[in-house]
Design a protein around this ligand. Structure first.
Ligand code: TYC
Length: 113
């Protein structure tokens, strides 16, 4: 990691040196990651949510069922963490699939930290 940036300004003992040295960190920032969240509602069938989690998030049945239950009980859960573009695609896929099946299931994304 390149977290070492420092600035040195001249003239420590007044020797007349007015030089200024700077070292800047190479800015290779990793792109931010985004949490994809699934929200609870009172109408979407549990089996539909499990299917969504298997289909769009590559979870096996047990993992999908567990996350669905977490959302059902707590109201929301993170179902995955992705780049901005992948997260946007997942959200769009889930929202479109839910709409086509006339379920009010909501999926959103949120920047990590
Ligand atoms: N609460 C829904 C029910 O009782 C199930 C459900 C779980 C809905 C997760 C949405 O993201 C969800 N049928």
């Amino acid at each position: 990691m390149h977290r070492d940036a420092f600035i040195m300004a001249g003239r420590s003992e007044d020797d007349g040196d007015t030089s200024v040295l700077t070292a800047t960190k190479p800015k290779t920032k990793r792109p931010p990651l985004y949490k994809v969240l699934l929200l609870n509602d009172d109408f979407t069938p549990m089996e539909f949510v499990v299917h969504v989690l298997e289909r769009f998030f590559g979870l096996n049945h047990a993992q999908a069922f567990e996350i669905m239950l977490t959302v059902h009980k707590k109201g929301v859960a993170v179902v995955g963490v992705f780049s901005h573009e992948i997260a946007e695609t997942k959200v769009a896929q889930v929202m479109d699939f839910a709409r086509r099946h006339q379920h009010p299931l909501q999926c959103t994304m949120e920047k990590e930290e």
